[in-house]
Design a protein around this ligand. Structure first.
Ligand SMILES: Cc1ncc(COP(=O)(O)O)c(C=O)c1O
Length: 430
């Protein structure tokens, strides 16, 4: 029998794989899942030389820090990876609600009632009263007529932009916009014109040069890359001056900014002006899923055109229930936002004092510039060894010379966590 210390335990109920489940252990012998040499060679040949060399170099440096396997995470702000307890700055759980008993309880109750999945697209039968409740709650929170839910924030942006951004449209998009926005524009076939990050002058210049096109402007309330904010009022005024619709992605701002955490657009007092808001349920709302909030007419158009609503299974009811509960807590969660912003201030102040470059961050997303992807991987690996989990942001997330560690500070962290983690980061990068 294989050594139980090292062999992987196979659940006895996996009876469909007798050769794996023998004695309840997989002893590492080749199974049907091990590719033939020819198949492995075909896969390797497909990966180009540059990527191959890079992977080998990263593995040799023992610096591969992506896809950490989180074993236990029952306490917000912490995780255990490869047996080492981590202070976790690699999750977007800004208000620490992913382990809140009411959020988890709402999700369990929804599973009891609606099962694990409706196994159906929203169009065909994946929509439940829990979806409706979340739509109404989000619509009220964001003062919009209608909300459409998606199975992820990525799908919401791809669905929205591919539905609206047809080849007769020019989309003027902030250079730092998230990949989901760019992918949606590409799928719709529109002309994509990036404007310099947060430059209202450059935005106006591009809009002025496109008088005969249908125009969309897209920005993020808080930018996921650098943790800075869009000048929403100027962006909206400039968009409307040139006849463009204005879209704001609230992924990192809902729950974090504005009165009652209602987001960056609410904070700019522009809920009546921004034409379409998009967002995710996977950050402050401690779930998974995405949404679009807008007028009823626009929502209907999106419902009938957005391909992820037609060709993909719906958001599970349990995820909608968790997000509704988290949103209710967030709206009353001044104490959580106070802790979040106090933690953010402490991290920023410690990094500043140590001379680390946090770029233009003014929010709980705090990048620390490293400037090279290998050094970034190495720093993230060393920090994980020391019990601090951070995201290495490297190409294609950012350009190589802008590779950085990225921290998501949350309300679940204690000030002891913050002090301990920042001390390790300063030591590793110093
Ligand atoms: C700005 C922005 N929009 C959309 C998304 C996609 O969200 P989701 O994780 O729900 O797919 C992200 C994810 O990181 C994001 O940062």
């Amino acid at each position: 029998m294989p050594n139980p210390e090292t062999a992987t335990k196979i659940a006895p109920e996996i009876s469909g794989f007798p050769e794996l489940a023998k004695d309840g252990y997989w002893d590492g012998r080749p199974s049907r899942g091990t590719p033939s040499e020819a198949k492995a060679a075909r896969a390797s040949a497909y990966v180009d030389d540059e990527l191959q060399r890079e992977l080998v170099a990263v593995r040799r440096a023992n610096a591969y820090a992506l896809f950490p396997e989180v074993e236990v995470d029952a306490v917000g702000g912490h995780a255990t990876v490869e047996g080492v307890r981590q202070i976790n700055f690699a999750q977007n759980d800004y208000l620490g609600l992913s382990t809140h008993r009411h959020v988890v309880g709402a999700m369990k109750a929804a599973i009891d009632r609606y099962g694990s999945s409706r196994c159906s697209s929203p169009l065909a039968g994946g929509y439940t009263p829990l979806h409706r409740e979340l739509e109404l709650l989000l619509a009220r929170t964001l003062e919009q007529e209608a909300v459409v839910l998606f199975a992820s924030g990525y799908q919401a942006n791809v669905g929205l932009l591919s539905a609206l951004a047809d080849p007769d449209t020019t989309v003027v998009s902030d250079l730092f916009n998230h990949a989901s926005i760019i992918d949606g524009i590409r799928l719709g076939g529109a002309e994509l014109r990036p404007f310099k990050h947060n430059s209202v002058d450059h935005l106006a210049q591009i809009l002025k040069s496109r008088p005969s096109r249908r125009l969309l402007v897209v920005v993020e309330g808080v930018y996921s890359a650098d943790g800075d904010r869009a000048p929403i009022q100027e962006i909206v005024a400039t968009s409307h001056k040139y006849g463009a619709l204005c879209i704001v992605d609230e992924a990192h701002s809902l729950g974090v900014l504005g009165p009652h955490g209602r987001g960056a657009v609410a904070d700019a007092d522009a809920l009546a002006d921004v034409d379409i808001l998009t967002g995710t349920l996977s950050k402050s709302l401690a779930s998974v899923g995405g949404f679009i909030a807008t007028t009823s007419a626009m929502a209907d158009l999106i419902r009938h055109r957005a391909r992820p609503l037609i060709f993909s299974a719906s958001l599970p009811a349990a995820q909608a229930a968790a997000a509704s509960e988290a949103l209710k807590i967030s709206l009353e969660g001044l104490h959580l936002r106070t802790r979040l912003w106090s933690n953010k201030g402490l991290v920023a102040q410690r990094f500043r004092a140590a001379g680390l470059d946090t770029l233009t961050s003014t929010t709980p997303i705090i990048p620390v510039l490293v400037g090279d992807k290998f050094r970034t991987f190495q720093a993230a690996s060393e920090l994980r060894r020391r019990g601090v989990l951070v995201c290495p942001a490297v190409p294609p997330m950012v350009q190589n010379h802008l590779s950085r560690l990225r921290l998501h500070v949350t309300a679940a962290h204690s000030s002891d966590d913050v002090l301990a983690a920042t001390a390790e980061i300063i030591d590793v990068l110093g």
